[in-house]
Design a protein around this ligand. Sequence first.
Ligand code: AMP
Ligand code: MG
Length: 388
Amino acid sequence: MLEAPKVFEYLDSITHRLPTEAVPIDSACGRIMPRQAFSRIASPPFDKAAMDGYAVRETDRRSRYHVVATVSAGDRPSGSLKEGECAAIMTGAMLPPGADKVIRREYTRREGDEVEITEPEPLGNVIKAGENCRPGDPVLGPRMLRPQDIGVLASVGIAELEVARRPHAGIISTGSELRAPGDELGPGQIYNSNGYQITAQLQSYGCTTTNHGIVTDDPERLAGVVEIALRESDLVILSGGVSMGDFDFVPAVLSRCGVEVGFHRIAFKPGKPTLFGRKGDTFVFGLAGNPVSTFVLCEVLVRRFLLQISGVGGKPPTVRAELGEEVRRKFSDRLEFRPAVLENGVVRPLSYQGSAHINALSEANCLFALDAGVERLSKGMVLDVRPI
Ligand code: AMP
Ligand code: MG
């Protein structure tokens, strides 16, 4: 059984990287940008008015000015200001040469070409050229791009950028007891929920997916589907059949198909039987069939692996929260993840009966962890929880 820190270390040391592709910024949201982005320009490119009002020279202090021009956003101001002169200016417009202050309109009274200052303006109300960034400055580090990141990239003139190609994942649900939702259930049968849940998780991580459906516990049939999935995918995820039962054929079938096992059995709860392997540049996770287990392992390991091969390795985000009640456990030999509800900074564990309790996940909005060796977490202690 591989200890949890070694499992993370193993995934974080994978050097394989997905190739990158250029995408227009319009379709870059949700994609992974593996390299730092640099500004093409100074931002803003010119001294800019932050308010509607009157542009003046800071040193030319008086109670009345002569209005010699009107500058709106996008205009190029024609002349520079002389003593006693100002220019009416709109938010976002370029300051006329010589001007370095904007008196907001609310503090003025206009009469024809004259403007009277009714209240002293304490602020400059100017955004200086290059205040946000200068040409060549780093503006955004490697990450999965969110809408606000797209805004930053566009603001510095980036029209197209390199992102990691979307990984393609093939999902295989093993188990002779499984039926597809929509079919009738016979005695001893259950619906395949993992296939759909894993597919949905992987799509939310930015993968394209093929759900290869259900394969009965038959090594020949399984080998056939695994061969196809290995050929087509960057990542193959199998659910079920990795434990020690008489019909758990996944490990044997994978090695028969040429998959080299990196680890099998890990000190995680749930997820002890988890298998990870590789054939060429295609990687394989074999996850225990319990739906809570597949969910947690996808979230904790598969997601991390995908970030690693996309070139932005590192820990997925967590938030600090206070534990609302004491948590105890009998056995502390494994790293354990439990579903919980985080509300107003307080995390409350959900009643949860082991790895088959799928409904607890739908109520949960986070996972919290008990490290190996920890038997008890006391009420009021502060934890890092992972939003889900
Ligand atoms: P296994 O890992 O194959 O021993 O399966 C462990 C448990 O998870 C068993 O109760 C299975 O019936 C259940 N299970 C396996 N695969 C699925 C699936 N695709 N959807 C829902 N439950 C599953
Ligand atoms: Mg099974």
